[in-house]
Design a protein around this ligand. Structure first.
Ligand code: M6R
Length: 588
């Protein structure tokens, strides 16, 4: 969600800013803009739509050595040129990621003082406030400090001021920002991919810190304006990890990396069928709350069945956007598990902080190293899925289910079941390499598709349905199979597609009865199963290997991911960057 890049150095700035913006495309955006300094003047250019629209309008060879760039995911005001960033007011030009909750009252005050606004954004209010405060403070660092104290909400800001064209300033609260340096200059960015073409070393800007970067130096100040020393981090992956490497889309590439995501996650915590020291023991906890959003929530829902079955303790799974506003009942033996690929999801982070403030222990299951959720939790366990670029998560979901299953087995002291994980990467490879186009052809012209399953299969149906919605823009509904006849079955008519997942032998017969009910109403059924079913109550069947239940849920989702991918392709969707969506949802 919104991407920020800034560069100041010896090289021409625009190619670096453009390449940074392109590497941040995965975050989701609907307009893009840059501000750069030429002949001591700040020049701003913005375009609606893809970065390529902006690229066509700018001269990459422009004689400029300093600038900031932004991809905007619209929140306040529609996606048009005026609302796009950067925003300039008086001496200040800024880019912003986040939401300022008190922007309207600040705006009203500023209007009373005679400030004229042109956009509908909260960001322009920050620029105006900086400009106003600077009149009294007359010092940029003090001005930034004073301004951010007046802001309520979340922000990562890249700031340039006409009175100091030798530095880019940055600060953040609730939205991520990193800084980096190579022999040619210094950078600020929302995320590491933006600078990976130049360096894999970076610094994290902490909440409320202010960065002042020049061509040669990165200085960081705390909220007393005392300079602080920063620890350098190294990004473990390579530039290749953020390139397509011959695949048509990141979503497809990342599905093909699921075997590695699984294996790397397993090997980080398990060796020779024994847990390594990297896997802590959470057995003292007597109840679990799992809190997450989107697919991470569904990974949590899948794991509920595994925790309850093997650990034998109650597990409640909640959407973070609900959890943080509801009454939660904890006792001292409750563990709150927050699951997040990005580690930056605003509602998940807020839920984590809420549990922490209530004195409850928290465990983060996170993919992105050193992300806010990873740093905020009492315990953090990383999924080893590698960088995930496509908005639709695939390999991170598999890694989350894998890691949650391992946490459950450790709590249950069931090391004996670790042997079931051996060789699963081969089953993943087999499923990933099958041809799903025939099923996609059967589905892609429908605007309503139903998924049904029971127990853990229901949780996996929810994930399959979400993939179809977000990647292929098809309204699909996932239902607990037994719930169908309580209302939704009225929507089943001739040829309505129903995808049924049936991998749990203990309730397979019940699910089969539900499939027969829709079939009797002339639905067209695609059955995904590991059961030996030869009856002809389905129209299409995808056979899964019959694995132990503790690992079955790791692989079952794969056909649904690839079907969503193929359907999205047939429908000509923007697969890696679906409309309206963002990879990292840093607003509430
Ligand atoms: O980064 P997170 O795992 O916290 O993100 C949570 C959801 O936004 C995310 O899973 C979203 O639902 C995916 N785009 C689904 O593919």
């Amino acid at each position: 969600m919104c991407g920020i890049i800034g560069y100041i150095g010896k090289d021409k700035a625009l190619p670096r800013i453009l390449s940074g913006l392109k590497s941040l495309e995965y975050r989701g955006y609907d307009s893009a803009g840059i501000a750069y300094v030429k002949n001591k003047k700040i020049i701003v250019q913005k375009e609606v739509g893809r970065i390529s629209n902006l690229e066509k309008k700018i001269n990459l060879e422009e004689d400029t050595y300093m600038g900031i760039g932004h991809t905007r995911w619209a929140t306040h005001g529609e996606a048009n040129k005026i609302n796009s960033h950067p925003h300039t007011l008086g001496k200040f030009t800024i880019v912003h990621n986040g939401i300022i909750e008190n922007y309207q009252s600040l705006k009203d005050e500023l209007i009373k003082k005679g400030v004229k606004f042109v956009s509908e954004t909260d960001t322009e209010v920050i620029a105006a406030l900086l400009n106003e405060n600077y009149k009294n403070e007359k010092d940029i660092l003090k001005t930034i400090l004073k301004t951010t104290k007046e802001l309520v909400g979340s922000y990562a800001l890249g700031i340039i001021c006409t009175d100091d064209l030798e530095h880019i300033y940055a600060t953040r609260c609730g939205s991520p920002l990193i800084m980096a340096q190579d022999k040619n200059g210094s950078y600020i960015a929302s995320d590491v991919p933006a600078i990976l073409n130049y360096t894999n070393k970076y610094y994290l800007l902490e909440e409320k810190e202010i960065a002042k970067i020049s061509s040669e130096e990165i200085q960081v100040f705390d909220d007393n304006l005392q300079q602080v020393q920063k620890e350098m981090h190294t990004f473990e992956g390579s530039v290749e990890t953020i390139l397509l490497n011959g695949y048509e889309h990141f979503m497809l590439k990342e599905i093909h990396e699921e075997d590695t995501a699984f294996k790397n996650t397993l090997d980080y915590y398990v060796q020779n069928n024994k847990f390594k020291e990297t896997m802590p023991d959470f057995k003292k906890y007597q109840s679990i709350h799992i809190v997450a959003c989107g697919s991470a929530y569904y990974a949590g829902l899948v794991s509920k069945y595994i925790f309850e079955e093997y650990v034998n303790i109650p597990v409640k799974v909640e959407l973070a956007s609900e959890y943080r506003y509801q009454k939660n009942f904890y006792d001292s033996n409750t563990l709150v598990i927050i699951i997040s690929q990005s580690g930056e999801t605003a509602d998940s982070l807020a839920s984590l902080k809420m549990a922490k403030n209530a004195g409850i222990d928290t465990l983060a299951i996170v993919n992105v190293t050193s992300s806010s959720i990873a740093r905020e939790a009492k315990y953090t366990l990383y999924t080893k899925a590698g960088v995930e670029i496509a908005v639709a998560t695939t390999k991170a979901f598999i890694a989350q289910v894998t890691l949650l299953s391992l946490v459950a087995l450790k709590m249950a002291q069931r090391e004996d079941l670790l042997q079931e994980f051996k060789g699963i990467e081969n089953y993943i490879q087999d499923l990933v390499n099958r041809d799903y186009l025939p099923y996609a052809k059967f589905l892609y012209q429908n605007n309503n598709i139903f998924f049904i399953g029971r127990g853990v299969d229901y949780a996996l149906c929810l994930e399959g349905s979400l993939k179809l919605k977000e990647a292929a823009y098809i309204n699909s509904v996932a239902l607990a199979a037994g719930e169908l006849k309580h209302g939704t079955i009225s929507l089943i008519e001739d040829n309505t597609p129903v995808i049924s997942v049936c991998t749990d032998a203990s309730i397979a017969l019940k699910t089969i009865s539900n499939i027969k009910e829709v079939k009797a109403r002339k639905a067209k059924v695609l059955l995904i199963t590991n059961e030996d079913i030869n009856d002809n109550f389905y129209d299409y069947k995808i056979d899964l290997p019959k694995l132990h239940p503790v690992v079955m849920s790791i692989i079952t989702v794969i056909p649904m991911q690839l079907i969503a991918y193929e359907v999205a392709k047939l429908r000509g969707c923007d697969i890696d960057k679906p409309r309206n969506l963002a990879k990292s949802v840093t607003v509430e």
